[in-house]
Design a protein around this ligand. Structure first.
Ligand code: G6P
Length: 608
């Protein structure tokens, strides 16, 4: 979703603003813009890539010591130059990430006062509102603060004004924003990666904070104007972690980083480590004590991780578990139960619906909350009683891969912890499960070696318009994840079904043009699945089966089989998702789509 960079420095900030936008490209966008103050306000906008905006800036020899920049993911108004940020009112310019829910009311009242709107965006209302405040409150910082108090919705904003060229104002509520304290100046951006080029010293703004950035000073206030102190952190994010290196795409890099990501995430149980509540935070013994059920809330790929965990939690820990899409849960009337552990899963920790679902659960009095998240300082992590930080490293590709498998690793640890607390895990079983978890990076590495064969399969897929994914039990969510990956990046329409449901509808779709992908591990459901595969073959459907080593499914005309190196018991979903990630990646390559930035999608969905 939209990305923001703001900079004020002793040197030219234009390269910093543009490089910041490049680092935010992964969030997903359809247009980009920059506004700087140098002998007046100059704004450049482009409906293309950041590279095009950079070319425009080059051609104009844009140079300034203060400015704001933005990548826009359209919400209000189509992607076009007129709707691209920054938006201007008089001599002030605003960039914004989020959605202002009451913008129509604000817009009407401003129009009644003579303000003319040039765009269809909600952001332009912020620009005019701040401008209108300047009539009675000449101080820009105060004008911004007062304007923000009238907004309903989510925002992270950056503001600069011609009349006040020695400071930039930024603020956040609901959308991410952090400050960077550099040698040459002060900065703000939607994430740390955008600022690593100038500093590692970062300050995470809290919801409602308004901050003023000057060349070598900053101050932060709360919405009522009272000063606020925020801790400074030294980011440990390595610049390499967000570089592509030898890989063609971030998604490919991230698929191949999975052994490392899993190894890092599971480091806490390396050697002689065992499962214990403390893995989830110091308050875990008290919060987990008496937990009788689990409710998982998440979106997208993270939701699929939750669905896999349901099978684990119920079969291994014997804890009833329900998994809900966050955007559904937040708006539905549900029955809260105080002995429920609410688990929110999110790669980014900023997904608006997941955050709102968590707040909704809090509002219902459910205080036992756990975040499984890849970003330690994110909004979601700051709101839960317990947390488990996956150590996947930054995930740039919109289609989530290494975040997913590390979420599964965290959920496996949660399952074992609850099983142990419930007296459902013998020492021998714990040792066996821990052994399997420790071996996981090696097992994943072996699966990655199947890439050349999967690549061949992908060639045959690229021409198809539809695909069906089948799975059973804990591999049904893996089939769902495979279908999601394929549609996200190759734009091939794909659906996943629990294989037993095939004859209740989807079988009607099966013909020679409908490839059917089956996740077929050698588990207790394999024989059932084989019957489902026969049903497909009998209708002329072409089958692509991911089986385990030693599975006796014979290859034949129209039935292609790829054997995984080993069967992996409870953790088998972690292995079986890998070939599906590779399949969608290679199908997208053949189709020539923008793998890391698929059309219409965003990495960090900070609006509902
Ligand atoms: C977006 C991303 C998905 C991700 C989902 C949930 O749709 O494109 O890859 O799974 O958001 O994001 P989260 O950060 O909460 O895991």
């Amino acid at each position: 979703m939209c990305g923001i960079v703001t900079a004020i420095a002793t040197n030219n900030v234009v390269p910093v603003l543009l490089e910041g936008l490049r680092k935010l490209e992964y969030r997903g966008y359809d247009s980009a813009g920059v506004a700087v103050l140098a002998n007046g306000l100059t704004r450049l906008r482009s409906t293309g890539r950041v590279a095009e905006l950079a070319a425009l800036a080059d051609a104009r020899q844009l140079s300034a010591n203060i400015g704001i920049a933005h990548t826009r993911w359209a919400t209000h108004g189509v992607p076009c130059e007129r709707n691209a940020h920054p938006h201007i009112s008089g001599g002030l310019a605003v960039v914004h990430n989020g959605i202002i829910e009451n913008f129509e009311a604000i817009k009407s009242s401003l129009q009644a006062r003579g303000y003319v709107f040039e765009s269809d965006t909600d952001t332009e209302a912020i620009a005019h509102l701040v401008h209108s405040k300047l009539a009675t409150t000449p101080d820009l910082f105060e004008a911004v603060r007062l304007a923000l108090n009238e907004l309903v919705g989510a925002y992270a904003i950056g503001v600069v004004a011609e009349a006040d060229p020695f400071r930039a104002i930024v603020a956040r509520r609901g959308s991410p924003l952090l400050l960077g304290v550099g040698e040459e100046g002060m900065y703000a951006a939607s994430d740390t990666a955008a600022l690593l080029q100038v500093t590692r010293k970062v300050i995470y703004l809290e919801d409602g904070d308004v901050a003023e950035l000057r060349l070598n000073a900053y101050r932060i206030v709360r919405p009522d104007g009272t000063p606020a102190e925020r801790e400074m952190h030294i980011s440990s994010l390595s610049a390499d972690a967000v570089e592509l290196g030898q890989f063609r795409h971030y998604m490919q890099k991230e698929i191949f980083e999975q052994p490392q990501a899993l190894g890092n995430t599971l480091e806490i149980i390396a050697g002689g480590g065992s499962v214990s509540p403390q893995l989830f935070g110091s308050r875990a013994p008290e919060v987990l004590d008496g937990v009788r059920r689990v409710l998982v809330l998440a979106c997208g790929t993270s939701y699929h991780a939750g669905l896999v965990a349901r099978y684990w939690l119920e079969s291994v820990a014997k804890v009833p578990c329900s998994v809900e899409i966050a955007s559904e849960y937040r708006y539905r009337e549900s029955v809260p139960e105080s002995d429920t552990l609410v688990v929110v899963i999110s790669q980014s920790g900023e997904t608006a619906d997941t955050l709102a679902a968590l707040k909704h659960a809090h509002g219902l009095g459910m205080g036992r909350t756990l975040a499984i998240c890849n970003v330690p300082e994110s909004a979601i992590v700051r709101e839960t009683a317990l947390r488990f930080i996956t150590r996947a490293g930054p995930e740039i590709g919109v289609a989530s891969t290494k975040a997913f498998t590390t979420q599964l690793a965290a959920l496996a640890l949660l399952t074992l912890t609850l099983a142990k607390l419930n007296g459902r895990l013998s020492e021998a079983e714990e040792a066996r499960h821990l052994g399997a978890l420790r071996h996981l990076p090696v097992a994943v590495q072996k699966v990655l070696e199947l890439e050349p064969e999967i690549e061949k399969w992908a060639q045959r897929f690229a021409a198809k318009h539809h695909a069906l994914f089948l799975g059973r039990g804990r591999h049904w969510p893996i089939a769902m994840e495979g279908a999601l990956k394929l549609k996200e990046i190759s734009y091939i329409h794909a659906e996943a079904y629990a294989a037993g449901e095939l004859k209740h509808g989807p079988l009607a779709l099966v013909d020679k043009d409908m490839p059917v992908i089956a996740v077929a591990p050698a588990d207790e459901l394999l024989e059932k699945l084989k019957s489902n595969l026969q049903e497909v073959r009998a209708r002329g459907g072409e089958l692509y089966v991911f089986a385990d080593a030693g599975s006796e499914i014979a290859e034949s005309e129209g039935l292609h089989i790829l054997h995984m190196p080993e069967h992996y018991g409870m953790l088998s979903p972690v292995l079986h998702v890998i070939p599906l990630q590779l399949l969608s990646y290679h199908a997208a390559l053949v189709k020539g789509t923008d793998v890391d930035k698929p059309r219409n999608l965003a990495k960090s969905v900070t609006v509902e």
